[in-house]
Design a protein around this ligand. Structure first.
Ligand code: MG
Length: 259
């Protein structure tokens, strides 16, 4: 896996011709915060994104609820993909995957049970995002994490076994999603078809988490896939950037590319 900034010159000509930037939010354009509501988009990053609008197509793709990511980014003329791909919104696009709506009562049922069992545990942050849910344990004391996980699995396991939901573990967070053949990868391909039906633009996907791996696989042969990671790690992405600052450096270079 190669460092993107050292390889960028190779793609300069193609990128200049046009690209779609697909950016994850937490851990990619904003450092991961202690609590999800604290991960605000800094003004300079918003400015940077704004400078990219008009030069490239821009997609923010997140596990957060669509309303949350839109509220945090607050930019018009770009595409937003929320809830791991189940909600998509942008110029002339506004969809909620209907299959996922069917699982909503189950997600809320699970959230209720989790609230009962681990809701009072110090440091657990439960996010019912409608179509999916996140259970953060970043703030749980280290010696309590094992106990927390045990209870978590005892609650969700029946729903996993019956095929209703699937669970992925990210950075100190469990993601609970409908067990459907849809993820950030499928959503990324879908939005690429909407934005660029003739397949003339290069997709550039940047993300840091386990759920971004689906997108790295989906776009691997077609675009530039970039994992945000302090060191090269096992990933489907072809390139890496070390942290949010390097992502911003990359985005600045992109903005200058079409000046
Ligand atoms: Mg992320």
């Amino acid at each position: 896996m190669k460092h993107l900034l050292s390889q960028l010159h190779k793609f300069q000509k193609n990128l200049r011709a046009g690209a779609v930037l697909l950016l994850d939010y937490d851990g990619t354009i904003v450092p991961i915060a202690r609590r999800p509501e604290l991960a605000l988009l800094p003004d300079d990053t918003r400015k940077l994104l704004k400078a990219l609008i008009g030069k490239f197509k821009l997609v923010i793709i997140s596990g957060r609820a669509l309303s949350s990511v839109k509220h945090l980014v607050r930019l018009r003329g770009i595409y937003y993909v929320g809830n791991h791909g189940f909600e998509i919104n942008g110029p002339n696009v506004n969809i909620i995957k209907s299959e996922a709506k069917c699982t909503r009562p189950i997600i809320s049922d699970i959230c209720e049970k989790l609230r009962e069992k681990v809701g009072k545990m110090k440091g657990v942050v439960l996010e019912d995002k409608g179509l999916t849910a996140s259970v953060h344990y970043r703030l749980v004391e280290r010696n309590k994490v094992g106990g927390f996980k045990k209870i978590f699995w005892s609650v969700v396991n029946p729903y996993v076994v019956s095929g209703k939901v699937r669970i992925t573990e990210g950075k100190k967070v469990f993601e609970i999603r409908p067990n459907l053949n849809w993820d950030k990868g499928k959503a990324a391909l879908w939005i690429m078809d909407v934005i660029d039906p003739k397949k003339k633009l290069i997709p550039v996907y940047v993300g840091d988490d386990q759920t971004d791996e689906d997108a790295f696989s989906a776009l691997r042969d077609r675009g530039i896939t970039v994992v945000v990671s302090a060191r090269p790690r096992r990933s489907q992405a072809k390139f890496f950037l070390r942290d949010v600052d390097e992502v911003k450096a990359f985005l600045s270079k992109m903005a200058q590319m079409r000046d």
